[in-house]
Write a protein that binds this ligand. Sequence first.
Ligand code: SF4
Length: 302
Amino acid sequence: MINKDIIEKLKKKNNSIILAHNYQLPEIQDIADYIGDSLDLAIKATKNDADNIIFCGVNFMAESAKILNPDKNVILPDINAKCPMAEKVDKNLLEKLIIENKDAEVVSYINTTTEIKAISDICCTSSNGVNVIKSIKSDKIIFVPDKNLGNFLKKYIPEKEMIIWPGVCPTHNRIHKNHILNLKKLHEDAIILVHPECRSEVIEISNHALSTNGMINFVKNSKSNEFIIGTEKGLCYRLKIENPDKNFYPINSAICPNMKKITIDKVINCLLKNEPCINIEKTIMEKARVPLEKMMNIKRGD
Ligand code: SF4
């Protein structure tokens, strides 16, 4: 059994805080100081006076926290917790695309590596993507790396040309229309909420496409009691904790194995040793900070 008192004592001793993404295991969400989506956690990382930030998520999230807080110790409990979609963007190919399209601005989803952020004009998350994309002055946009999110955002700027990188999140791309329709047959009154990283045919049959925090706010304010949740299954834990009288129907196969690499034992190890730390070379970190800070100035859209 986890002794929460021990974790609290260790946090106080080292002036540490624990940030956890909405997709983390229930036991990690239970010990976190803040739970949220990528944008939320990036903001939380900048607005606290802890010396050590233990980031329970995947590496691009911890790297973003480090870029925005270069003087703090940002610790990722498992250095192998990586987002496969972020890792797959080839920097050389993107640079070639940028040279071929000199008039385009590069919008990179926060789910990218630091080196890709460093050659981007602005970042976005799924919660402020629409507002970011609308803020772009250029008539041409290169969007990396999620083609599902890119196609979703393109609908908001039909007059512009958008070159969309062909990446996908394997977890969200695994959600098919039939998963949703089968749940809907069982729960006719349920509202369908899906993440914009889902395939377009899944988004089309949903009631709303929202970021994870967007879903949390929607459910809280909704009079409905039943929801089909088309995103990583871990979100349903937080939804149920915050809305015990409502029912949530997840897609059971929508599990991100990288998010689940963070365990209590690894978090305790971080609290004891203050490692493994995120270290980023100064020049690339300064370049990557520019698009991230630009993004932070754009409000959420959900
Ligand atoms: S859920 Fe998808 S986008 Fe998020 S970390 Fe996992 S693979 Fe990457």
